[in-house]
Design a protein around this ligand. Structure first.
Ligand SMILES: Cc1cc2nc3c(=O)[nH]c(=O)nc-3n(C[C@H](O)[C@H](O)[C@H](O)COP(=O)(O)OP(=O)(O)OC[C@H]3O[C@@H](n4cnc5c(N)ncnc54)[C@H](O)[C@@H]3O)c2cc1C
Length: 413
């Protein structure tokens, strides 16, 4: 006989999705025994400040943790930190933990997120070669950076572009190198990337498109980087912003249905192929009602899916329909995105990039609106902007009108 501790709800993962699921379960069921298991030594926390205000030293840990420490105890949510979930047996409703404990559940949530990926190049394990996913990573980078230090940041997507800005703000001499021809190439139109390059230039960040490191050198800590363009850089630290690998081994080995890039397949209620196991956040591929099946690695999706999964685990039966959204901050430029910018063909600019108040409306290969990227637009545009993305009108229907600031967006709905 195995010694199994019974719970009504088990959550695996203490990121945004797991943490929000715990709170959401309690909104529906105030008493069912609930435990959250996370391998990190921390209570649930959010990651965006780790590349922005927390890395810059402008925000403390209180901005990283999204709940007061008392919240969990007050709501009878047991949080087990520093413990890894190792085996899921859906047929027995049992989860094994790395410390030997066994938990049984009625409903279980997988919210295991991702692990930062290291470029497989010589020297990638030297000291002061960082990736950025955890509080410890952010603190390590901050300690290694600052005036008189030279950093090489690899990767021109979100993490790389934000870290390069934050390190420069800490007084570090920064080189930002990436494989693409411009920063944020997949989602930013060329004129926005150009504006970002000018912003980096103004803050003394050197941009090196079209090249990454071939190898890193040093005795114990990194000292030099040999780039693919044959340049040899003297450096004190490296940050790799080169993507994540999903933590979905538990789901795969449990026999759950998996999708592209190791995603966990869920239905519109965020339920996996096993009806008592849910998944949310970075790992979940769900049928989005506006854009079809997709998986998104963003804060808002993790938060809202965690909440919806939690409420559904506790007895509700609502589909997840939130329009995907994300945000980014690079120096003093903040922008927000609604929709799906995975594939687009043309954009319409509303507003003025130089003035700092602008919105790019993206149209896909079929000419349909697929998303909007906006910065400092008037508040009254926020709601119609999202409604338009949900409606997905064609370029022929709205393209020219969108361009003119005299058009009231509500008239296009
Ligand atoms: C530095 C940084 C900045 C970001 N900035 C933005 C931003 O500005 N805007 C935006 O929209 N998005 C941003 N993101 C993305 C956003 O943070 C993620 O989409 C979000 O964290 C996903 O949440 P999650 O709960 O799905 O996974 P995670 O946050 O990865 O949490 C998963 C947790 O589960 C744990 N875990 C995994 N496997 C196990 C196991 N077997 N047992 C126990 N625990 C386990 C992990 O260690 C981790 O603690 C940023 C991400 C990073 C890293």
């Amino acid at each position: 006989m195995r010694n199994v501790k019974p719970y009504k709800y088990v959550i695996v993962g203490g990121g945004l999705a797991g943490g929000h699921a715990a709170g959401a379960i309690r909104q529906v069921d105030s008493a069912g025994p609930l435990i959250l298991v996370t391998q990190e030594p921390w209570k649930p926390y959010q990651r965006p400040p780790l590349s922005k205000a927390y890395l810059q030293g402008k925000a403390g840990r209180d901005k990283v943790f999204f709940r007061d420490p008392e919240f969990y105890q007050q709501n009878e949510i047991q949080v087990l930190t520093g413990v890894r979930a190792t085996v899921l047996e859906p047929e027995n409703h049992v989860l094994s933990l790395g410390d030997g404990r066994l938990l049984s559940y009625e409903k279980l949530l997988l919210a295991t997120g991702g692990t930062a990926w290291r470029l497989p190049i010589p020297g990638n394990d030297l000291q002061r070669v960082f990736t950025l996913r955890t509080i410890e990573d952010s603190e390590g980078i901050r300690a290694a950076a600052g005036p008189g230090k030279r950093a090489l940041v690899l990767g021109g997507s979100f993490i790389g572009s934000e870290v390069a800005a934050s390190l420069a703000m800490l007084g570090t001499e920064v080189t930002l190198a990436f494989r693409d021809s411009r920063v944020l190439e997949s989602l930013a139109p060329p004129e926005l990337s150009e504006a970002l390059h000018a912003l980096y230039d103004k803050h003394g960040v050197r941009i090196l498109p079209g090249t990454v490191a071939r190898s890193l050198e040093g005795d114990r800590a990194v000292r030099r980087a040999l780039l693919e363009n044959d340049e040899l850089l003297e450096i004190d630290l490296v940050v790799m912003g080169t993507g994540i690998r999903l933590n979905t081994g538990l789901a795969r080995e449990a026999g759950l249905e998996m999708g592209e890039r190791d995603a966990v397949m869920v239905d519109e209620h965020l339920r996996t192929s096993n009806p008592d196991v849910y998944a949310a956040g970075d790992i979940a591929s769900w049928p989005d009602p506006t854009f079809g099946r997709r998986r998104v690695e963003h804060w808002d999706v993790a938060k809202n899916q965690g909440q919806r999964a939690g409420r559904n685990m506790a007895g509700e039966e609502e589909p997840y329909t939130t329009l995907p959204y994300f945000f980014s901050d690079i120096f003093d430029l903040s922008f927000e995105v609604w929709g799906n910018l995975a594939s687009w063909q043309r954009v319409v600019l509303r507003g003025d990039l130089d003035e700092g108040s602008f919105a790019f409306y993206y149209f896909d290969a079929d000419g349909r609106l697929t998303g909007v990227l906006a910065s400092e637009r008037p508040d009254e545009e926020r709601k119609p902007m999202q409604a338009l993305v949900r409606q997905r009108p064609t370029y022929d229907q709205v393209g020219e009108e969108l361009r003119s600031e005299r058009t009231d967006l509500r008239d296009l709905l």
